[in-house]
Design a protein around this ligand. Sequence first.
Ligand code: PEP
Ligand code: MG
Length: 769
Amino acid sequence: MALRAKWAGSRLLLRRLRDTMARGGGAQERLDQIVRIIAADMVAEVCSLYVRRGGDILELFATQGLKPDAVHKVRFRFGDGIVGVVAATARPLALAEAQKHPAFAYRPETGEEIYSSMLGVPILRAGRLSGVLAIQNRTEREYTEEEIETLETVGMVIAEALASGEAIQQIGADIADGMAVESLRLEGVRMSEGLAMGVAVLHTGPLPITDPIAEDEDVELERLDKALGSMHSALDDLIESYRVEKSSGDLEEHLEVLEAYRMVASDRGWIKRIREAIGTGLTAEAAVAKVKGDMQARMDAVQDAYLRDRLSDFDALANRLLQHLAVDHAGASEESNDGQIPHVYIPPNSVLVARRLGPADLLDYDLSHLQAVIVEEGAPTSHVAIVARALNIPMIGHLPGIMGKVDPQDEILVEASNATCVIRPTQEFKNNFEVSMTLHKERQEAFLRDRDLPSVSTDGVDIDLKINAGLLIDVSHLESGGAAGIGLYRTEIPFMIHSEFPDIDAQEALYRKVNDQVGDKPVVFRTLDIGSDKMPSFVRPPPEDNPAMGWRAIRIGLDRQPILQDQCVALLRAAAGKKLSVMFPMVADVGEFRTAQQIFLAEHARLADEGEPLPDGLALGVMLEVPALAMQLDWLLPHVDFISIGTNDLQQFFFAADRGNSLVDGRYDPLSPAFLRFLRRIIYECNKANVPVSVCGEMAGVALDALGLIGVGCRSLSTSPAATGSIRALVRSVSIERVTEFVNARLNADSRSIRSALRSFAADNQIQI
Ligand code: PEP
Ligand code: MG
């Protein structure tokens, strides 16, 4: 009851606003009325609404109290003036003496010099700023917590109205001064290769909430309970149906993500906060959206990766709950929903723009309409990047602030090969891009046509081409790209999207599926490489200053031997009757390999004693990712069946430069004589000892880098599935003898990199890079 009394004012104001919005009339007229009502209700002389337009600019759209002429004329850049500060920080700002604030910017056209105090709140929708709402008073006064909260709730209601687009589009079209909408070219990090052109769809949750203000609190609480119930049982049904049928093997990992959601979906604290927001006068939808927005704001301040993941689970759950409320709102029957979350509709040619995205979020969209994805956060090794690559959807990450720079429906060009995107491109940009698209398409078609051609050089040397995989969906690309097998199967990827440690049976079932799907082609399983940036949610590691050099991969396997033993058993059982190849990651010392090998062989012997069917052959190898191991090859090689060089990690430890740190990214070149000499030596030693050696780091899939690798003797490459075509084309156009001679000569000269020389060599010799 105390809650009801506390928020009585807020509820009354929201109801008045709803009546105004429902009354109809022109968009401008309605906005004018809205600011008038807010000013009157909050006992302020001024209420102004600023709307974000064309990037980081706020425009005065309606005011009560400032000079009417200033409307659609006064604009603030982010960070400029009090309004700009509220926008830039996305936080409320309450000032008794606004003019004393260092950011205060006086605009004579507003006539605001007579007002002392000011309260500004951001208008946020799903973490994206769409404007600022401000009130001002003549007297110097302190605004109360309740006033701030009430204005924020009103801001949230306005955000939904703005998101429906009506007000902005109508008024925007009427503004004659044609405000410049800037074209922007941004550079990020390539997460998945490709080129695409489309219109922006913001990943801000489902449809705008058309009815954010409640009639009756009890009805809304009831609706919330019903939607929670149907969301819980829909998740249960969905999980169950996957479990029973397991028909869609490709999306099995999606199921694991849903299982994780199901656990957090019952979180009491989250549900309580939604109920409280309903108490302030919001509908169930608006309350869910408000709590979601609050959590997003909190998420920005959280550094801890585990906590961020948990918060982003709530984000995804809020979207699901909104879908269930929408179904309820539309009066759809339980049967018509049949327990499934429908695909989120997006128009054809959509480019999805998100702050952050999980693999399940991506799979929720209608993929046939999805051209590309760009995200504020994200790295090439993230789950979603792996899924995007598997689905062949171009994706760029690490674009800070992108959600604020793009408006829905903006045209976007995505060129993942150089990790750039162009927002609101000029006609000239589009023309050039279309030419690139056509060339890219022709190239892809040629790769497909040539997929059965042997990957043999012009002078008759075979180069073995395999793919790296981590999801079952990757395995399906084996056929389409014509690769010879899987050179690296990252077993930790399915672990990362499980909600709990998969037991032996679950692991066996997954590895068996991989084996079945590859048929006669070889596959190399890598034991768990968890730790560092790949920590499953169910493992709580001790905090580490340098996790990439910390407790990860084989170090965890040797310290927690039951984990390694279970995986060995699952791999052995799943490969019964077939050849099994397994390698261990991050080995730094021969002794580590020997111990892992003994553990594996002990499990093999135990299963044999128990009469279980066993693999037809067994090969145990090592990932060479730590430079120290390269200095122990004479001791190591007699004991291993093969070596796979993981240049991603090897390079970061060789140069002491964190592979995920953009500050040192590009500082050292893998095509440097130093690194190539190092690789040459490893390959030479392996060849001498007759131990097969391949490269499975990202270098292998970048044509020019692969050329360098071939030049230092590499004859086996394992790449991301999308790179097979370009690497085959490279191999088929190169003379091994000539490139070997060229590269080796360059390695004698003191230089930082041979990249540009190698590029010229490729151009002079018609090598396809
Ligand atoms: C590597 O380090 O090169 C490698 C292939 O392993 P990952 O990228 O999974 O660390
Ligand atoms: Mg590695």
